[in-house]
Design a protein around this ligand. Sequence first.
Ligand SMILES: [Zn+2]
Length: 369
Amino acid sequence: MMASIDCGDRAGQPARGEDVLFDLREFRLPDGRELLLYGHAPHVGEARDSLPPAPASGGAHLRWHPLRREWVAYAGARQGRTFLPSAASCPLCPAAEGRLGEIPFDRFEIAVFENRFPAFTASAVPPAEISGVETAPAQGRCEVVVFSDDHHAGLGTLCEDRLALLLEVWGARVRALGETYPYIFPFENRGEEIGVTLHHPHGQIYAFPFIPAQVRRAAEAQAEALVIERLLRDAGNFVIEEAEAAVALVPPFAVYPYETWIVPRRRVAGPQALDDAERQAMAGLLGRAVRRLDGLFGTPMPYILTVQCAPKGFEATFHMTIDIRPFRRDAGKLKYLAGVEQGTGVFLADVLPEDAAARLRAVPTVEAP
Ligand SMILES: [Zn+2]
């Protein structure tokens, strides 16, 4: 029997902060991990029993790759994570009589909790010395963000208000984790084709103890030139759809077929700096972007969605984007990163970005529910 403790003296109270409209209930799982329940309405209800405590996640550490000149993260405990459970035993569904889950409540809007199988943890200790390679503790935090308590939902079917709430949640976590860590990375992997192990609609947030090399390169490019402003100004036939405060487009230098970016018109460092109108515009564009990708070949599109936020020190010059990299280049054909991409880092693209934008514009999108 696992007792759960409601640790939030703010339970049921609106979260404090500028422009914050959501309600937050803070909860502590029996093994000490934090569970945050965000909603438009206060979260109420008694906790049910929780899953047994997570296995010890010791041993996670970093090793320096002297040729790539970047860190590699090792986390052996992740091999034990849940793999494609049936809907009846989904750990991200609300808990129910006779079924334990990660979220021990009957219902929720958006839930965020610390990953049971983290690549980075706040308690990571310095690893034992290994000759020939520089090592470091994998200090950081890995969170799971559950978008809905409906197992069959997705970013393409959730209503616009829920997607706006998700943007707020991303912003709240980027702001909170950014106080400790230099780079915060919200993302979603979608589709078995790219190795998703749970079908329930969810994403993740990694709080890195360092700024990844690729991220630093992009931030430095933006510090030298207003790359995204120029992209918006010259978007022309690369635009998929425009709103007053944001744009959905295929970048003219896309590396994936049908790559789609959602870009606020105003330069903001991340979702924590969006205003209401920008959040609402991006939520609408995001839902329709996913529905267009699903409609393109008439089957759910496997994709990686990343929220590109300013790393520490680049807040003044960074212009956030939400990037969706689809993995299907044609009906029944997946895009693989093969020899040239893996061996040289140079992407070979099969679809011209301007043609991709035209095809995405032509996909009928039904309105959000
Ligand atoms: Zn589920």
